[in-house]
Design a protein around this ligand. Structure first.
Ligand SMILES: NC(=O)c1ccc[n+]([C@@H]2O[C@H](COP(=O)([O-])OP(=O)(O)OC[C@H]3O[C@@H](n4cnc5c(N)ncnc54)[C@H](O)[C@@H]3O)[C@@H](O)[C@H]2O)c1
Length: 281
Protein backbone atom coordinates (compact mmCIF):
# COMPACT_ATOMS: atom_id res chain seq x y z
CA UNK A 1 0.00 0.00 0.00
CA UNK A 2 1.23 3.48 -0.84
CA UNK A 3 0.93 6.78 0.95
CA UNK A 4 -0.57 9.29 -1.47
CA UNK A 5 -0.77 13.06 -1.14
CA UNK A 6 -3.85 14.50 -2.85
CA UNK A 7 -3.56 18.27 -3.30
CA UNK A 8 -6.77 20.30 -3.70
CA UNK A 9 -10.14 19.15 -2.31
CA UNK A 10 -12.41 20.47 -5.05
CA UNK A 11 -14.39 18.61 -7.72
CA UNK A 12 -11.46 16.39 -8.74
CA UNK A 13 -9.56 16.14 -5.45
CA UNK A 14 -12.64 14.73 -3.72
CA UNK A 15 -13.05 12.02 -6.36
CA UNK A 16 -9.33 11.18 -6.43
CA UNK A 17 -9.07 10.96 -2.61
CA UNK A 18 -12.16 8.71 -2.59
CA UNK A 19 -10.77 6.33 -5.23
CA UNK A 20 -7.26 6.17 -3.76
CA UNK A 21 -8.52 5.52 -0.20
CA UNK A 22 -11.04 2.98 -1.44
CA UNK A 23 -8.15 1.06 -3.00
CA UNK A 24 -6.67 0.77 0.52
CA UNK A 25 -3.92 3.42 0.30
CA UNK A 26 -3.35 6.11 2.92
CA UNK A 27 -4.31 9.60 1.74
CA UNK A 28 -3.14 13.01 2.93
CA UNK A 29 -5.68 15.46 1.47
CA UNK A 30 -4.36 19.04 1.43
CA UNK A 31 -6.28 22.24 0.72
CA UNK A 32 -6.02 25.91 1.73
CA UNK A 33 -9.53 26.06 3.17
CA UNK A 34 -10.63 24.12 6.28
CA UNK A 35 -14.31 24.38 5.40
CA UNK A 36 -13.67 22.78 2.01
CA UNK A 37 -11.76 19.95 3.68
CA UNK A 38 -14.66 19.32 6.06
CA UNK A 39 -17.09 19.38 3.14
CA UNK A 40 -14.83 17.03 1.17
CA UNK A 41 -14.82 14.40 3.95
CA UNK A 42 -18.59 14.60 4.24
CA UNK A 43 -19.04 14.28 0.47
CA UNK A 44 -16.64 11.33 0.23
CA UNK A 45 -18.42 9.56 3.11
CA UNK A 46 -21.82 10.04 1.44
CA UNK A 47 -20.54 8.98 -1.99
CA UNK A 48 -18.88 5.81 -0.61
CA UNK A 49 -22.01 5.02 1.41
CA UNK A 50 -24.20 5.33 -1.66
CA UNK A 51 -21.82 3.14 -3.67
CA UNK A 52 -21.55 0.60 -0.81
CA UNK A 53 -25.32 0.39 -0.58
CA UNK A 54 -25.93 -0.21 -4.28
CA UNK A 55 -22.78 -2.00 -5.26
CA UNK A 56 -21.40 -3.90 -2.27
CA UNK A 57 -18.73 -6.49 -3.08
CA UNK A 58 -17.03 -8.77 -0.60
CA UNK A 59 -13.77 -6.85 -0.77
CA UNK A 60 -15.43 -3.40 -0.53
CA UNK A 61 -14.27 -1.15 2.29
CA UNK A 62 -17.02 0.37 4.42
CA UNK A 63 -17.51 4.17 4.32
CA UNK A 64 -15.90 4.38 7.79
CA UNK A 65 -12.85 2.39 6.61
CA UNK A 66 -12.43 4.67 3.58
CA UNK A 67 -12.71 7.84 5.67
CA UNK A 68 -10.24 6.43 8.24
CA UNK A 69 -7.61 6.26 5.51
CA UNK A 70 -7.92 9.99 4.71
CA UNK A 71 -6.13 12.66 6.76
CA UNK A 72 -7.21 16.20 5.86
CA UNK A 73 -4.83 19.09 6.49
CA UNK A 74 -3.72 22.60 5.54
CA UNK A 75 -0.12 21.62 6.32
CA UNK A 76 2.09 20.65 3.36
CA UNK A 77 4.77 19.35 5.78
CA UNK A 78 2.65 16.20 6.26
CA UNK A 79 3.71 15.25 2.73
CA UNK A 80 7.30 14.59 3.77
CA UNK A 81 6.93 10.78 3.50
CA UNK A 82 4.44 10.24 0.66
CA UNK A 83 5.18 7.97 -2.33
CA UNK A 84 2.87 9.66 -4.81
CA UNK A 85 1.33 13.09 -5.23
CA UNK A 86 -1.86 13.58 -7.24
CA UNK A 87 -2.30 17.33 -7.59
CA UNK A 88 -5.71 18.89 -8.31
CA UNK A 89 -5.42 22.65 -7.68
CA UNK A 90 -7.13 25.10 -10.07
CA UNK A 91 -6.13 25.32 -13.73
CA UNK A 92 -4.14 28.52 -13.15
CA UNK A 93 -0.42 28.49 -13.90
CA UNK A 94 0.64 30.70 -10.96
CA UNK A 95 -1.21 28.47 -8.46
CA UNK A 96 0.24 25.24 -9.88
CA UNK A 97 3.74 26.82 -10.06
CA UNK A 98 3.74 27.76 -6.37
CA UNK A 99 2.40 24.34 -5.38
CA UNK A 100 5.13 22.44 -7.30
CA UNK A 101 7.88 24.67 -5.90
CA UNK A 102 6.66 23.73 -2.43
CA UNK A 103 6.10 20.02 -3.16
CA UNK A 104 9.57 19.60 -4.64
CA UNK A 105 11.11 20.92 -1.41
CA UNK A 106 8.97 18.82 0.95
CA UNK A 107 8.34 15.46 -0.75
CA UNK A 108 10.93 12.66 -0.61
CA UNK A 109 13.20 12.08 -3.62
CA UNK A 110 11.44 8.88 -4.71
CA UNK A 111 7.99 10.53 -4.78
CA UNK A 112 6.21 10.73 -8.14
CA UNK A 113 4.23 13.84 -9.07
CA UNK A 114 1.00 13.13 -10.99
CA UNK A 115 -0.41 16.34 -12.42
CA UNK A 116 -4.19 16.31 -12.79
CA UNK A 117 -4.49 19.13 -15.27
CA UNK A 118 -6.88 19.84 -18.13
CA UNK A 119 -4.44 21.61 -20.41
CA UNK A 120 -1.17 22.76 -18.84
CA UNK A 121 1.94 21.22 -20.38
CA UNK A 122 3.46 18.48 -18.20
CA UNK A 123 6.95 19.37 -19.47
CA UNK A 124 6.44 22.95 -18.27
CA UNK A 125 5.41 21.73 -14.81
CA UNK A 126 8.25 19.18 -14.67
CA UNK A 127 10.72 22.01 -15.35
CA UNK A 128 9.76 23.53 -11.98
CA UNK A 129 11.12 20.47 -10.19
CA UNK A 130 14.41 18.64 -9.67
CA UNK A 131 12.69 15.37 -10.69
CA UNK A 132 11.39 15.83 -14.27
CA UNK A 133 11.63 12.06 -14.93
CA UNK A 134 9.13 11.51 -12.08
CA UNK A 135 6.49 13.96 -13.29
CA UNK A 136 3.56 12.61 -15.30
CA UNK A 137 0.19 13.98 -16.40
CA UNK A 138 -2.89 12.19 -15.07
CA UNK A 139 -6.02 13.61 -16.58
CA UNK A 140 -8.66 11.86 -14.48
CA UNK A 141 -12.21 11.86 -15.78
CA UNK A 142 -15.10 13.25 -13.75
CA UNK A 143 -16.70 11.72 -11.65
CA UNK A 144 -13.44 9.95 -10.77
CA UNK A 145 -14.82 6.89 -8.88
CA UNK A 146 -17.06 6.00 -11.83
CA UNK A 147 -14.58 6.39 -14.69
CA UNK A 148 -12.31 3.40 -15.34
CA UNK A 149 -9.94 5.02 -17.86
CA UNK A 150 -7.74 8.10 -17.55
CA UNK A 151 -5.57 9.99 -20.04
CA UNK A 152 -1.92 9.79 -18.91
CA UNK A 153 0.53 12.27 -20.38
CA UNK A 154 4.20 11.60 -20.92
CA UNK A 155 6.21 14.80 -20.47
CA UNK A 156 9.46 15.29 -22.39
CA UNK A 157 11.52 13.67 -19.60
CA UNK A 158 8.95 11.30 -18.04
CA UNK A 159 10.59 7.87 -17.55
CA UNK A 160 9.16 4.45 -18.37
CA UNK A 161 9.58 3.61 -14.68
CA UNK A 162 7.26 6.48 -13.77
CA UNK A 163 4.69 5.35 -16.33
CA UNK A 164 4.83 1.82 -14.91
CA UNK A 165 4.46 3.06 -11.32
CA UNK A 166 1.39 5.03 -12.35
CA UNK A 167 -0.08 1.98 -14.08
CA UNK A 168 0.48 -0.08 -10.93
CA UNK A 169 -1.24 2.51 -8.75
CA UNK A 170 -4.14 2.79 -11.18
CA UNK A 171 -4.54 -0.99 -11.30
CA UNK A 172 -5.13 -1.03 -7.53
CA UNK A 173 -7.92 1.50 -8.18
CA UNK A 174 -9.41 -0.71 -10.94
CA UNK A 175 -8.40 1.88 -13.51
CA UNK A 176 -6.12 1.95 -16.52
CA UNK A 177 -4.68 4.68 -18.70
CA UNK A 178 -4.16 5.63 -22.31
CA UNK A 179 -0.69 7.20 -22.55
CA UNK A 180 -0.31 10.15 -24.92
CA UNK A 181 2.40 12.70 -25.63
CA UNK A 182 2.58 16.18 -24.19
CA UNK A 183 1.05 19.18 -25.93
CA UNK A 184 -1.35 21.59 -24.19
CA UNK A 185 -4.82 20.06 -23.82
CA UNK A 186 -3.38 16.63 -24.79
CA UNK A 187 -6.10 14.70 -26.71
CA UNK A 188 -9.31 15.02 -24.72
CA UNK A 189 -9.41 18.69 -23.85
CA UNK A 190 -7.77 20.03 -26.99
CA UNK A 191 -10.80 18.62 -28.81
CA UNK A 192 -13.61 18.72 -26.22
CA UNK A 193 -13.04 22.36 -25.22
CA UNK A 194 -13.51 23.48 -28.81
CA UNK A 195 -16.88 21.73 -28.75
CA UNK A 196 -18.02 23.17 -25.40
CA UNK A 197 -16.83 26.66 -26.33
CA UNK A 198 -18.58 26.60 -29.72
CA UNK A 199 -21.75 25.36 -28.00
CA UNK A 200 -21.56 28.44 -25.73
CA UNK A 201 -21.17 30.65 -28.83
CA UNK A 202 -24.27 28.99 -30.34
CA UNK A 203 -26.29 29.90 -27.23
CA UNK A 204 -24.75 33.40 -27.17
CA UNK A 205 -25.79 33.94 -30.81
CA UNK A 206 -29.37 32.85 -30.04
CA UNK A 207 -29.22 29.87 -32.39
CA UNK A 208 -30.62 27.48 -29.76
CA UNK A 209 -31.16 27.08 -26.02
CA UNK A 210 -28.71 25.00 -23.93
CA UNK A 211 -31.29 22.20 -23.72
CA UNK A 212 -31.71 22.17 -27.50
CA UNK A 213 -27.95 22.12 -28.11
CA UNK A 214 -27.51 19.21 -25.70
CA UNK A 215 -30.54 17.36 -27.08
CA UNK A 216 -29.02 17.40 -30.55
CA UNK A 217 -25.78 15.87 -29.29
CA UNK A 218 -27.57 13.24 -27.20
CA UNK A 219 -30.42 12.28 -29.49
CA UNK A 220 -28.78 12.77 -32.90
CA UNK A 221 -25.16 11.85 -32.18
CA UNK A 222 -25.76 9.42 -29.30
CA UNK A 223 -23.48 11.24 -26.83
CA UNK A 224 -24.19 10.38 -23.17
CA UNK A 225 -24.09 14.05 -22.23
CA UNK A 226 -24.36 17.23 -24.29
CA UNK A 227 -21.46 19.74 -24.41
CA UNK A 228 -23.14 22.26 -22.10
CA UNK A 229 -24.13 19.66 -19.50
CA UNK A 230 -20.51 18.51 -19.62
CA UNK A 231 -19.26 22.09 -19.15
CA UNK A 232 -21.53 22.47 -16.11
CA UNK A 233 -20.22 19.18 -14.68
CA UNK A 234 -16.57 20.21 -15.14
CA UNK A 235 -17.13 23.74 -13.78
CA UNK A 236 -17.46 26.75 -16.10
CA UNK A 237 -14.52 28.49 -14.37
CA UNK A 238 -12.30 25.48 -15.09
CA UNK A 239 -13.48 25.37 -18.72
CA UNK A 240 -12.72 29.10 -19.09
CA UNK A 241 -9.27 28.76 -17.45
CA UNK A 242 -8.47 25.81 -19.73
CA UNK A 243 -9.51 27.72 -22.86
CA UNK A 244 -7.32 30.63 -21.77
CA UNK A 245 -4.35 28.27 -21.48
CA UNK A 246 -5.01 26.67 -24.88
CA UNK A 247 -5.30 30.15 -26.43
CA UNK A 248 -2.04 31.36 -24.85
CA UNK A 249 -0.09 28.21 -25.67
CA UNK A 250 -1.17 27.73 -29.30
CA UNK A 251 -1.68 31.45 -30.06
CA UNK A 252 -4.62 30.23 -32.11
CA UNK A 253 -7.83 32.25 -32.22
CA UNK A 254 -9.93 29.08 -32.41
CA UNK A 255 -9.44 28.71 -28.64
CA UNK A 256 -10.69 32.20 -27.63
CA UNK A 257 -13.21 31.85 -24.80
CA UNK A 258 -16.81 32.79 -25.58
CA UNK A 259 -17.80 36.13 -23.96
CA UNK A 260 -20.98 34.44 -22.67
CA UNK A 261 -18.92 31.84 -20.81
CA UNK A 262 -16.72 34.58 -19.30
CA UNK A 263 -19.76 36.60 -18.25
CA UNK A 264 -21.37 33.59 -16.56
CA UNK A 265 -18.20 32.89 -14.57
CA UNK A 266 -17.92 36.56 -13.57
CA UNK A 267 -21.56 36.40 -12.38
CA UNK A 268 -20.77 33.36 -10.20
CA UNK A 269 -22.52 30.82 -12.45
CA UNK A 270 -19.91 28.05 -12.40
CA UNK A 271 -22.12 25.05 -13.17
CA UNK A 272 -23.03 22.22 -10.81
CA UNK A 273 -20.59 23.26 -8.11
CA UNK A 274 -22.25 26.69 -7.66
CA UNK A 275 -25.82 25.44 -8.21
CA UNK A 276 -26.25 27.19 -11.55
CA UNK A 277 -24.58 27.25 -14.95
CA UNK A 278 -26.28 26.58 -18.26
CA UNK A 279 -28.78 24.69 -16.06
CA UNK A 280 -30.03 25.02 -12.48
CA UNK A 281 -29.15 22.34 -9.89
N1 LIG B 1 -13.49 19.50 -13.15
C1 LIG B 1 -13.16 18.55 -14.01
O1 LIG B 1 -14.06 17.88 -14.59
C2 LIG B 1 -11.72 18.23 -14.29
C3 LIG B 1 -11.42 17.04 -14.98
C4 LIG B 1 -10.07 16.69 -15.16
C5 LIG B 1 -9.07 17.53 -14.70
N2 LIG B 1 -9.40 18.70 -14.07
C6 LIG B 1 -8.29 19.53 -13.58
O2 LIG B 1 -8.12 19.22 -12.21
C7 LIG B 1 -7.65 20.39 -11.52
C8 LIG B 1 -8.63 20.71 -10.40
O3 LIG B 1 -9.91 20.99 -10.94
P1 LIG B 1 -11.22 21.03 -10.05
O4 LIG B 1 -12.35 21.00 -11.00
O5 LIG B 1 -11.13 20.03 -8.97
O6 LIG B 1 -11.09 22.50 -9.41
P2 LIG B 1 -11.87 23.10 -8.14
O7 LIG B 1 -11.84 24.57 -8.32
O8 LIG B 1 -13.15 22.39 -7.94
O9 LIG B 1 -10.91 22.69 -6.90
C9 LIG B 1 -9.63 23.20 -6.69
C10 LIG B 1 -9.27 23.05 -5.21
O10 LIG B 1 -7.91 23.42 -5.01
C11 LIG B 1 -7.81 24.17 -3.79
N3 LIG B 1 -6.59 24.96 -3.81
C12 LIG B 1 -6.36 26.16 -4.38
N4 LIG B 1 -5.07 26.55 -4.17
C13 LIG B 1 -4.49 25.54 -3.45
C14 LIG B 1 -3.18 25.34 -2.92
N5 LIG B 1 -2.23 26.23 -3.09
N6 LIG B 1 -2.94 24.19 -2.23
C15 LIG B 1 -3.93 23.27 -2.03
N7 LIG B 1 -5.18 23.42 -2.51
C16 LIG B 1 -5.46 24.53 -3.21
C17 LIG B 1 -9.11 25.00 -3.79
O11 LIG B 1 -9.41 25.47 -2.48
C18 LIG B 1 -10.12 23.98 -4.30
O12 LIG B 1 -10.67 23.21 -3.25
C19 LIG B 1 -7.54 21.50 -12.57
O13 LIG B 1 -6.24 21.58 -13.05
C20 LIG B 1 -8.51 21.03 -13.64
O14 LIG B 1 -8.19 21.55 -14.91
C21 LIG B 1 -10.70 19.05 -13.84
Amino acid sequence: MKKVGVIGAGVMGIGVAHSVAEAGHGVILVDIDTNLLEKAKEEIYNNVRMQFFFNKKEESLSPEEVIDRITTTLDYELLSDVDFIIENVPEIWEIKRDVYNKLDEICPDHCIFAVNTSCISITKIAALTKRPKQVIGTHFMNPVPMKPVIEAIKGFHTSEETINSLKELLATMNKRCVVVNDYPGFVSNRISHLLMNEAAFVVQDGVATPAEVDEIFKECFGHKMGPLETADLIGLDTVMDSLNILYQEYQDVKFRCSPLLKKMVQAGLKGRKSGEGFYQY
